[in-house]
Design a protein around this ligand. Structure first.
Ligand code: NAP
Length: 248
């Protein structure tokens, strides 16, 4: 895909799931990858998979919700590669509960990782993108941030926040040739969704016009488009990748 080859990407939450698929698909299209994750072993495994494609990779342990840890991590990434072209803010968690039962810790932890995490990493890395007059940022939101979902007030608020954040930063950085978009995946087969009871999974499948759950590679394909030259006139947008589940 044009515009990917020879560039350097940072992918957060790259230790498994969608982040790992985005990292390996970026590498398959010629990018070098910094795999960032709170799970150091997972990040190292992803970096090894990237290297199998012939591209360079490095693994970085980092809690994206901790601003000081992100500053430290970004310093290490920029020492590895002084120019980062792509950032995919993918790290995310869910701590589902009904509103009346939701603890402050469940609320805070999800906002901290999903929303503050995107803010921390974008702030730390965009400085060099602005200086280089080039950057592509993709934030992984969710259709839950658009449609809402019972039992996910914290998650929905964090993912809706990511959309507002995406649009504001897209306007702020467009003049410096830094493009910022969001992807809203639907139901994607990963560890995050594997825990759901079969009955619930079947009900969800019936809500999907394409009649199947998505894969990490489905989401990676949209990320590749947005990061490549094919997406060079697209900024501030939210692209659904959900088999038609939520149409707006
Ligand atoms: P996943 O399989 O749980 O992978 C998420 C990765 O992020 C894990 O390696 C996790 O490490 C890491 N992580 C968690 N907290 C972190 C932190 N504070 N700092 C750095 N890394 C952290 O999730 P996924 O299903 O691939 O989801 C990836 C993204 O897509 C998330 O933002 C999610 O909300 C979004 N999404 C997923 C779906 C879906 O259906 N799967 C749908 C819509 C949106 P640990 O395992 O050690 O916690």
């Amino acid at each position: 895909m044009t515009g990917i080859e020879g560039k350097t990407a940072v992918v957060t939450g790259a230790g498994q799931g969608i982040g790992r698929d985005i990292a390996t698909q970026l590498a398959a299209n010629g990018a070098d990858v910094a795999a960032v994750d709170v799970n150091e072993a997972g990040a190292a495994e992803t970096a090894a998979l990237v290297r199998e494609t012939g591209r360079a990779a490095a693994a970085f342990r980092c809690d994206v919700g901790d601003a000081a840890d992100v500053e430290r991590c970004v310093r290490e990434i920029l020492a590895w590669r002084p120019e980062v072209h792509f950032l995919v803010n993918n790290a995310g968690i869910a701590r589902d509960n009904l509103l009346l039962r939701m603890s402050e810790a469940e609320w805070e932890s999800v906002l901290r990782v999903n929303l503050t995490g995107a803010f921390n990493v974008t702030k730390a890395l965009s400085r060099s993108m602005i200086k280089n007059r080039f950057g592509r940022i993709v934030n992984i939101s969710s259709i839950i941030g658009i449609s809402g979902n019972a039992g996910q007030a914290n998650y929905a608020a964090s993912k809706a926040g990511v959309i507002g954040f995406t649009k504001a930063v897209a306007k702020e950085l467009a003049g410096r040739n830094v493009l910022v978009n969001a992807i809203a995946p639907g139901f994607i087969e990963t560890a995050m969704t594997a825990a759901l009871p079969e009955e619930r999974r079947e009900w969800m499948r019936q809500q999907i016009p394409l009649c199947r759950f998505g894969t990490g590679r489905d989401v990676a394909a949209v990320a590749l488009f947005l990061l490549s030259d094919l997406g060079s006139y697209v900024t501030g947008q939210v692209i659904h990748c959900d088999g038609g589940m939520v149409m707006s």
